[in-house]
Ligand binder design. Structure first.
Ligand code: SAH
Ligand code: SF4
Length: 347
């Protein structure tokens, strides 16, 4: 079966020519797929019945196989997909009160970076995703939203995997999101654990896509213990690359801070972080840790973070505490897969 989402416009046109269709057919189908975002060939009402039958027999809209789905009390929807080779990946949709609909998508099956508190890091690396596999996670949400008159507005590359360890496919997926789903670069965020050379390369792309860097610790030895990648590119090298991004892209950078009780939520740590980021055009997003099986750290108490934020502010560093989404469905990266596999072992 041919997955139409994996075809370029030229490839779709070529396929339809092979089917003996007139030239305008490709544009019609393209519109049904990406503007109206219908979920079946039968819904493409201006196509001849014979073509609908031919497409249904030979092609699909998408190749991701839904293996599990959970919906949180806060409206967050989490999906687990099985890929053609059995690999499992997750994506999450987060509706916000201001009408934003944000999809959190995976760039790899598993992850090779080994961050100790991350459920995906704990499971190791599976394989790279193709640009089509990354794009389709967003497409699937866009389609379901369209069916109820809503629009997918934002994308974050914060699911499984390290997007800069799958650089070309991730950037290709960004371009597909912009071209096909009409999502502006400013509404797309790539999150990286801190691959300094790729941060520089990304800065040179000339895209207005937002960059988030997972910092979590302000001291090299301690950061290396949590995020092994820090042994390859330490905090100095990372921040040099971040400053390059800020000047080259002329954009503020976001630092992610998974707040862990007693580990990185203390006033001492706030002072270290404040000194480190002083003068960098940035924003710090603080998000209490999602507890995971193989890491004993506990989430920081949001109520205790006011002092932390006040100290950062004294250093001229703006910070916000983010609400954790979908905590009742373990919506933290990698956790649904872990839960499903655990059930399979029990059953
Ligand atoms: N690999 C990229 C993007 C995916 S992870 C990166 O690491 O940035 C997206 C974010 O979730 C990162 O900031 C990561 O540090 C954070 N994260 C991973 N596991 C977490 C957990 N258990 N609790 C809170 N944040 C977590
Ligand atoms: Fe990979 Fe990001 Fe998880 Fe680290 S936090 S293991 S880089 S997905």
């Amino acid at each position: 079966m041919i997955n139409l989402y994996a075809l370029s416009y030229a490839e779709l046109a070529e396929l339809l020519t092979e089917y003996g269709e007139p030239g305008f057919r490709a544009q019609q189908i393209w519109d049904w797929m990406y503007s109206r975002r219908v979920g079946s060939f039968g819904a493409m009402r201006n196509l001849p019945r014979s073509l609908v039958e031919q497409l249904s027999a030979n092609a699909t809209l998408g190749a991701l196989d839904l293996a599990a789905r959970q919906i949180s009390r806060d409206g967050t929807e989490k999906r687990l997909y099985r890929l053609h080779d059995g690999q499992l990946i997750e994506s999450v949709l987060m509706p916000y009160a201001d009408d934003r609909q944000t999809a959190c998508i995976s760039s790899q099956a598993g992850c090779a970076m080994g961050c100790v508190f991350c459920a995906t890091g704990q499971m190791g690396f599976g394989r790279q995703l193709s640009a089509a596999e990354i794009f389709e996670q967003a497409m699937a949400f866009a389609r379901d939203l369209a069916a109820r008159g809503e629009r997918l507005s934002n994308i974050v590359f914060m699911g499984m995997g390290e997007p800069f360890h799958n650089y070309d496919a991730s950037l290709q997926a960004v371009r597909l999101l912009m071209q096909r789903l009409n999502i502006g670069a400013r509404h797309i965020t790539i999150s990286t654990v801190g691959l300094a050379p790729q941060i520089r390369r990304f800065a040179d792309e000339g895209l207005q896509v937002k960059l988030a860097v997972s910092l979590h610790k302000a001291d090299d030895a301690e950061r290396s213990a949590l995020l092994p990648v820090n042994r390859r590119w330490n905090i100095d090298e990372l921040l040099d690359a971040c400053r390059y991004y800020v000047s080259r892209a002329n954009r503020r950078i976001t630092f992610e801070w998974a707040a862990i009780a007693g580990e990185n939520d203390t006033e001492d740590e706030a002072r270290r972080l404040g000194r480190l980021l002083h003068g960098v055009r940035c924003h710090v997003n603080i998000i209490p840790l999602n507890p995971t099986a193989d890491y004993e750290g506990k989430p920081a108490d949001s109520a205790n973070l006011h002092g932390f934020i006040a100290i950062l502010r004294q250093h001229g560093v703006p910070a916000t505490v983010r609400v954790r989404r979908g905590i009742d469905i373990d919506a933290g990266c990698g956790q649904l897969k872990t839960a499903v596999l655990a059930n399979q072992q029990v059953g």
